[in-house]
Design a protein around this ligand. Structure first.
Ligand SMILES: Nc1nc2c(ncn2[C@@H]2O[C@H](COP(=O)(O)OP(=O)(O)OP(=O)(O)O)[C@@H](O)[C@H]2O)c(=O)[nH]1
Ligand SMILES: [Mg+2]
Length: 444
């Protein structure tokens, strides 16, 4: 990668609060001198990757803590730069002092994800592996962990490098034909290239279909529907605990209630909202509760409309259902113990406890997070989006080739190459990178 390496030296607390041990990490070409300033006993010619005991001091030479210091010289380090670590005790205050001492000695406080960004900029890891780091830290479920591990292994990066090579080769051959415009179309070449692009497009879309959810923002499932339809009772039944108050009177739920939940091993957020009132206009707090619920609905990854089986699917339900058109939506017919569904939906009885496993299956299918038991592909939504665009462009190119419009096809192929490059981070601009690394924690 040709991007310049940053010249300043950064520092941050790299560990969480409250552990027995806390680490301040420093990266950049002044790491060793800063380490020596804070830990004067650190030996002058210490071997790389060796630990040395001593007392860390601040800029007034006052004692901070007994620590272990270490220098990991470039390029054998996390960032590929000189990295120093001070391992002290985990107290929040003494760690803050330790960090302060490194800043007084000339380091700059690191931005979120800046260490990992430096590892990416140096070319030691690609963007998918950088993303693996934040996924690994955020992982709260087995499937998120497997996704992070798959990404970290570099499997997706390797696969993208192959697709890229394949595409560059195909482009090279076609552009070779463009250099001789007076000659007749090389039909075998056209046929072969068309097939090649179609195969590649199929492979890329298949990979896009294995996409998994990022652990940084678990998918949110939001329950909406008529007041009193049993949303909160269903919410409690799925969570297997009484999280929300339920009552025979409509308008029980006021606030939106969010719960961390595991759906077939995938971490998700389940949200219960205040029910819609179709009979009379609710006022005051209830109206504000309904507005709050609608905001959750608007950002949901999946909206579940709960129909009151005792009333049936009436015009108001129809209106609500229509307003969710184009969204990822699922219809649930609750209170099926009172009346069977009159239209295609998942039938449940939250009070009796029937239909819950069917509901869980329908939710999993609707979220489309891939099979959590299968081998994790490490493909996140960001990657799937780029893969999908690349596949579409390749199919466009394949459709153009037989007519001889090689130059137009080549443009689409170049765009596909760009989309593939976004996955590894080769062709992403600074702003997008900023947005990705901003989601990291400080010290990573
Ligand atoms: N028979 C039957 N009653 C149910 C079922 N689910 C919920 N109920 C009852 O319906 C009433 C309303 O349930 P809630 O869960 O509070 O309804 P809600 O949709 O959350 O209502 P709001 O918070 O007002 O929007 C309660 O009396 C529940 O016991 C069901 O499957 N069958
Ligand atoms: Mg409720």
């Amino acid at each position: 990668m040709s991007k310049p390496t940053p010249s300043d030296t950064i520092a941050a607390i790299a560990t969480g609060i409250g552990g027995g041990i806390g680490i301040v990490r420093i990266s950049g070409n002044r790491s060793e001198s800063i380490l020596k300033t804070v830990l004067p006993e650190f030996p002058n010619l210490a071997a790389s990757h060796t630990l040395h005991f001593g007392v860390a001091v601040d800029d007034k030479n006052e004692r901070i803590d007994e620590v272990l210091g270490c220098i990991m010289r470039a390029p054998r380090s996390y960032t590929s730069e000189d990295v120093a670590e001070l391992q002290g005790h985990g107290g929040a205050l003494s760690l803050a002092r330790l960090l302060q001492a490194t800043l007084a000695a000339g380091a700059r406080q690191a931005e979120p994800g800046e260490f990992t960004r430096r590892a990416f900029l140096s070319g030691r890891i690609d963007l998918t592996q950088a993303e693996a780091v934040s996924e690994l830290i955020a992982a709260r479920s087995e499937s998120s962990l497997r996704t992070a591990q798959a990404l970290q292994s570099g499997a997706l990066a390797t696969r993208m490098a192959h697709s890229r090579q394949e595409l560059v080769a195909a482009l090279g051959e076609l552009e070779g034909a463009l250099d001789f415009p007076d000659e007749d179309l090389d039909l075998p070449l056209i046929t072969e290239s068309t097939a090649r692009l179609q195969t590649l497009a199929t492979e890329l879309s298949a990979l896009a279909n294995t996409k998994q959810h990022s652990a940084l923002r678990p998918p949110e499932i939001v329950f909406v529907g008529r007041s009193n339809s049993g949303k909160s009772t269903l919410f409690n039944a799925l969570l297997e605990e009484e999280r929300a108050l339920t009552d025979a009177h409509p308008g029980t739920t006021r606030d939106a209630l969010l719960a961390d939940w595991q759906l077939h091993g995938v971490a998700v957020t389940l949200t219960d909202t205040a029910g819609e009132r179709f009979d009379d206009a609710p006022g005051g707090v209830e109206a504000r509760g309904i507005a709050l619920g609608r905001r959750h609905r608007d950002r949901a990854d999946l909206v579940v409309q709960v129909v009151d089986g005792a009333i049936g699917f009436d015009d108001d339900d129809e209106k609500l259902w229509q307003s969710l058109k184009g969204r990822n939506r699922l219809l649930v017919w609750n209170k099926c113990d009172l009346r069977a569904p009159s239209l295609s939906s998942v039938a449940t009885s939250a009070t009796v406890g029937t239909g819950l496993s069917e509901l869980r299956q329908a939710l999993t299918a609707a979220l489309g997070g891939g099979d959590p038991d299968s081998n994790a592909s490490g493909v996140l939504h960001r990657h799937a989006d780029a893969l999908g665009r690349a596949a579409t462009l390749l199919l466009e190119a394949a459709a153009l080739l037989p007519s001889g419009a090689i130059d137009v096809a080549a443009v689409a192929m170049r765009q596909a190459l760009h989309a593939i490059g976004e996955i590894s981070g080769e062709t992403l601009d600074e702003e997008v990178l900023d947005a990705i690394f901003a989601r990291f924690c400080i010290g990573k």
